[in-house]
Design a protein around this ligand. Sequence first.
Ligand code: WQD
Length: 334
Amino acid sequence: MSKVLLTGGTGFIGSHTAVELLEKGHEVVIADNLSNSSRDIVDRIEKITGKRPAFYEIDVADRGALAALFEKESVEAVIHFAGYKAVGESVAKPLMYYRNNLDTSLTLLETMARFGCHRIIFSSSSTVYGALSPCPFREDSPVGGCSNPYGWTKFMIEKILQDAARADEQLSVVLLRYFNPVGAHESALIGEKPGGIPNNLMPFITQVAAGKRDHLNVFGDDYETPDGTGVRDYIHVVDLARGHVAALNYAEKHTGTEIFNLGTGKGTSVMEMIRAFEKANGLTIPFVIAPRRPGDLAFSYAETGKAETVLHWKAEKNIEDMCRDAWRFEKGLL
Ligand code: WQD
């Protein structure tokens, strides 16, 4: 069992990962500046697991505060979630994205080296594959060609981590490329809570279901996909969180860099998602067909064989589970 630092540990994926780690007996320390989450998430994690993670309200780019944390806690491994993640905002404020996402990662790596912590798991994204190769995306498919600064920060941090591992033979780096995380913990105590207008499909659907928005815009119905709408590889956030536990076990035994896709390998279109949500929850989602959203691909789904073989991890929950749990969480917010 390890003592694991989760940067951004009160966020959507971080909080679910904290729960899965605590349930497997690991010790969890969270560092989060609460820029897109809140302190009560720590209470909720405790409510679910019966264990309270240590919590530091700090900015990971604050070198002094991060060093004080490492001074106090003997951190054995880090899972690095902290970062800005809104695609559209990154186009409007690129420097803010590059400064924040790169600064936090560099400060974290330097501090880890200073305190002799050699294991890091990074929250990367399938967005690094860009439009360079056909689906399914494999870990050795070409990367780059990202359509926005957010995606490029993930690409650049991957590169920084790979170079750091090349220069330090003790370092173990695991890059996890997430596909489309959705759903919520089945307790409905933690889930996705975007501020403002949601950018992503599932939170938009749940807000329409809740009556917070009157309809969903379907961005394009003329893609070269079976029903013309965009196809994505949606993965339940609890499955995704369990993938981090598997990656942590892997990082304990290996050095160098290893990359894994975390997806289901199965593509679902926007129309299929709307229908699945309606069926799972007995609701109707009003929608209109709108123009394509710039930067969107027709298809994005994972080749999942490497994570299955090497990490012994596989997503188990289906689209119905994702729709049911996302709605159960949204209802809890009403
Ligand atoms: C899914 C599908 C849309 C909203 C993005 C980032 C990625 C990652 C996850 C995270 C697409 C369609 C969406 C709506 C719609 N980033 N859609 N109406 O674009 O695959 O991935 O989020 O931090 O890096 O790029 O996910 O959920 O936005 O869209 O029709 O109101 O739903 O066009 O086909 P995407 P998404």
